[in-house]
Design a protein around this ligand. Structure first.
Ligand code: 73E
Length: 825
């Protein structure tokens, strides 16, 4: 279909590709050429979208030589690569990052101005690729950024969803989801490579056959689809390297529709086509709680089958021995979503390459490592055997065989301990016969890591205790990180300039150097400049919220921000209880309003569309906001903003403006958090529990520069074991009672006492995440925040120390840890 690959014969074709001249004139020329011959419009008749697309393609040209060179170098040196397997990449906008990576920001700005255009407006035209839900997907995006910046060979593999995370709107305070049509105005960053398409099989049955004197198994699938790869550039920061992110899109195969066509049923053939393409149609909008849907398993197998095949195709040159695969790649499994890759590689080696089982297992085990991102039991993926057998019958057999061999080993090491063997079985019978994907990943992976120190400890002790006892050296920690390019240098140009003035530019790729800011905390002029940068960020945010959401914020307030997915364990309810309590105290004249620190609270949160209680909590926040914001009794003291559709683009404006970062999950529930790191790096102080990476943030910045509160994980466990009674906290704490009573009174719902019944009764009678138990401690910590904020000089010192002491949370450091603890292990 595509014709054979040819060898170039013209001498010009053999010269390396070069970038256009990095001058304003050179840039203008490229831009106009893209606009005229690429987009097919004259500048005078072009729309902002035309201009954005032409600009994106222009910047692409400057990266292209580096990309081709990186790829060529990789092919020739055959260095070991990281194959990052992730069902989600929450990339955020690409243009700004590409301009930063090429250092073309100023040139582009001048070039656009020379054309009568505004770079900021063109950048705002980009629809961010929201191919992830939250932290897990954003982490993958930070990691590939860091690997490119550190010149480490990596290919990121994932799914090119046609619809990313839904667009959130509010109608009468309730969340309404709209499809995310990110591709509809044209998408200039993806390069389709139909010549590298891969066929993926599903369904059917298995059968045995004789091959000489060995009996073998083969899979006879009943349907298939085609995986079409799109390559995306992952530019390193000003280092000449561009790695590749390869996202797969499903298409119908010829084989699939031909039979039906031949039968003369045109309509059926078209239906079949739609069926195939459904696989990559939409991102599942569940964060932390996967729903065991068949289509989701199809997505998972689809992208890993494409990716494993693709990687093998790339290394399979004449003379390459597949036994050396572990010397060429580690496939890092980003949670259990790609774990079906394990039986897939086994199937390729045993069924297709006809290896012995043990030989294949030895290679497979050395190819994979597993990162776990959760502790919530309901988040641990489990696939019913029925479903697996129907969709992937051969893989199910292979999983059984892996399990049998593994359990035989366990029984040999621990004879007469059947309970232990059963507790470690990959296949469970309760409540239904199903496969525990985390167990499969643990058995197959050479390493298993959690994402923060506390999380890795709890993972080993509580989620996988039998395994960590069995293979203590297999378990390790890599604390998450965030890319300083996007979340400091790009998102916060004013603070970045301050840091650069103090330290030079090296910090962008060496974030430990932020430690050198420490003495500046004592410098009055620096503190003043720091506060001015924060103020500028607040004004930028208020202008954006006015234009984007029609939200009017005013005043010189403490900016208190809680942005993250809406989930009970993250406890947005605790935050709203605190707000309601402040409000209640003012309107009932329990406090003198002039003694309260003026505060603006900003929420950002999407709820999974099927998560009922989470949506009720959104409704409550919006209704409390409506009431508080229009009540003259609290005017100038308290205001609430809940801009809809929190995403990476909004985060980049919100985080740099924040004074206070809310990280208030119940201890032992948030695996790590990464927003917490972004806020601290941007000079917000944290009010937080001893959970996830908060623990490490607090250790690094010091107790004096952190507002800690709440139960510790062992205290949570003890309270749970003793029988938690939320009602007793309500009864015994008048402030808490008054807040809950005010919500239940209809004060925020025009007198309707039932409006918040689901939230209120959940808190009073269930409160799985113990918000009521931590309420008193939270209120005390908030009082400490107010006291500290009253002394602006002291607050600035604390904020600067937060910046200076959190360089550890660069995702570059996370990558060094993966390299030393896992990928070279
Ligand atoms: O604590 C975060 C963590 O910072 C955790 O909840 C999140 O991963 C972040 C990065 O390590 C996470 N997401 C999911 N599980 N853990 C998840 C589960 C199923 C579907 C989508 C996302």
């Amino acid at each position: 279909r595509y014709g054979p690959m040819t060898t170039p014969t013209h001498p010009l074709a053999l010269a390396p590709v070069t970038a256009p001249p990095a001058t304003v004139d050179g840039f203008v020329k490229e831009f106009l050429r893209e606009l005229n011959t690429g987009q097919g419009v004259a500048l005078s008749r072009s729309t902002v979208n035309d201009q954005y697309l032409a600009l994106a393609r222009t910047v692409r040209h400057y990266l292209m030589a580096r990309w081709l060179e990186t790829t060529r170098h990789q092919r020739e040196t055959k260095e070991k690569a990281v194959g990052y397997l992730s069902a989600e990449y929450l990339l955020g906008r690409q243009l700004g990052n590409a301009l930063l990576a090429t250092d073309l920001g100023e040139i582009a700005e001048k070039a656009m101005a020379a054309c009568g255009l505004d770079l900021v407006t063109l950048r705002a035209q980009e629809v961010e690729p929201g191919l992830g839900n939250g932290g897990l997907g954003r982490l993958a995006a930070c990691f590939v950024d860091s690997l490119a910046t550190m010149s480490i060979p990596c290919i990121g593999y994932g799914i090119r969803y046609e619809y990313g995370i839904f667009k959130q709107t509010f109608v009468d305070g309730r969340q309404v989801e709209q499809p995310d049509t990110w591709l509809s105005l044209g998408e200039p960053w993806g390069f389709p490579h139909p010549e590298a398409a891969v066929q993926v099989d599903f369904g059917g049955y298995t059968e045995t056959y004789r091959d000489g004197d060995v009996e073998r198994t083969r899979w006879v699938p009943s349907w298939n689809v085609l995986g079409l790869p799109y390559n995306y550039m992952v530019p390193g920061y000003q280092n000449g390297r561009v790695n590749t992110l390869r996202l797969w899109s499903a298409q119908a195969t010829k084989a699939f529709d031909l039979a039906i066509f031949n039968a003369g049923d045109y309509a059926e053939a078209v239906r079949a086509q739609t069926f195939a393409e459904n696989i990559t149609k939409v991102l599942y909008p569940e964060d932390s709680t996967p729903q065991g849907k068949e289509l989701r398993l199809q997505q998972q197998y689809f992208f890993v089958a494409c990716s494993i095949r693709d990687f093998i195709n790339q290394v399979m040159e004449p003379g390459f021995d597949l036994h050396d695969l572990p010397e060429r790649v580690t496939f890092q499994l980003n949670d259990t979503h790609p774990v079906i890759a394990v039986p897939e590689l086994m199937r390729i080696l045993v069924d297709e390459h006809k290896w012995e089982w043990d030989e294949a297992w030895d290679v497979t085990k050395r190819c994979f490592a597993y990162t776990c991102h959760t502790l919530l039991p309901e988040a641990l993926e489990v696939w019913p055997v029925d479903l697996l057998g129907r969709l992937l019958p051969r893989h199910l057999e292979i999983i059984y065989q892996i399990n049998d061999a593994f359990l035989a080993e366990v029984r040999e090491r621990f004879p007469n301990d059947e309970l232990r063997a059963r507790s470690m079985s990959i296949v469970t019978d309760y409540p239904d016969r199903s496969v525990r994907m985390a167990y499969l990943a643990t058995v197959a992976g050479m390493k298993v890591n959690g994402v923060a120190a506390l999380h890795s400890q709890l993972l080993a002790d509580k989620v996988l205790p039998a395994f960590s006892e069995y293979w203590p050296e297999k378990f390790t920690n890599v604390t998450n990180g965030v890319t300083p390019r996007r979340f400091l240098r790009l998102a916060n140009p004013w603070l970045s300039q301050l840091i650069t003035d103090a330290l030079g530019v090296g910090w962008v790729t060496d974030l430990d150097r932020l430690a050198e800011l420490e003495p500046y905390a004592q410098d009055e002029d620096f503190r003043k400049a720091f506060r001015e940068a924060k103020q500028t960020n607040k004004e930028r945010l208020y202008a954006l919220l006015r234009a984007r959401d029609g939200i009017e914020l005013s005043g010189d307030h403490l900016l208190d921000v809680m942005v993250k997915r809406l989930h009970e364990y993250k406890r947005q309810t605790l935050k709203i209880l605190h707000i309601v309590s402040l409000y209640e105290q003012i309107i009932h004249e329990r406090v003198d309003p002039t003694t309260i620190t003026p505060r603006t609270v900003v929420f950002g949160a999407k709820a999974a569309p099927g998560y009922r209680l989470a949506k009720e909590i959104i409704y409550l926040i919006n209704k409390v906001g409506e009431t508080v914001n229009t009540d003259p009794r609290v005017a100038g003291r308290l205001q609430i903003a809940f801009p809809a559709n929190y995403n990476v683009t909004l985060a980049e404006k919100l985080i740099p403006a924040a004074d206070l970062s809310e990280q208030i999950s119940l201890a032992g529930m948030e695996a790590s958090g990464t927003g917490n790191m972004k806020f601290a790096l941007n000079g917000a102080l944290t009010i937080g529990t001893d959970d996830g990476a908060n623990v490490e943030i607090r250790q690094l910045v010091g107790d004096d520069n952190f507002f800690g509160f709440g139960m510790t994980e062992p205290e949570v466990a003890a309270l749970g074991a003793s029988g938690y009674q939320p009602g007793s906290y309500y009864e015994s704490n008048p402030q808490l009672k008054a807040a809950i009573d005010l919500i239940a009174s209809g004060a925020f719902s025009g007198g309707d006492r039932n409006a918040f019944e689901p939230v209120v009764s959940n808190l009073l009678y269930h409160d799985r995440f113990m918000a009521l138990a931590d309420f008193a401690s939270y209120v005390d910590a908030q009082a400490a925040v107010e006291a500290a904020y009253a002394d602006q000089e002291a607050w600035s010192k604390m904020a600067i120390l937060n910046v200076a002491r959190t360089g550890f949370f660069s995702s570059d450091r996370s990558m060094r840890d993966y390299l030393s603890r896992i990928w070279r292990a």
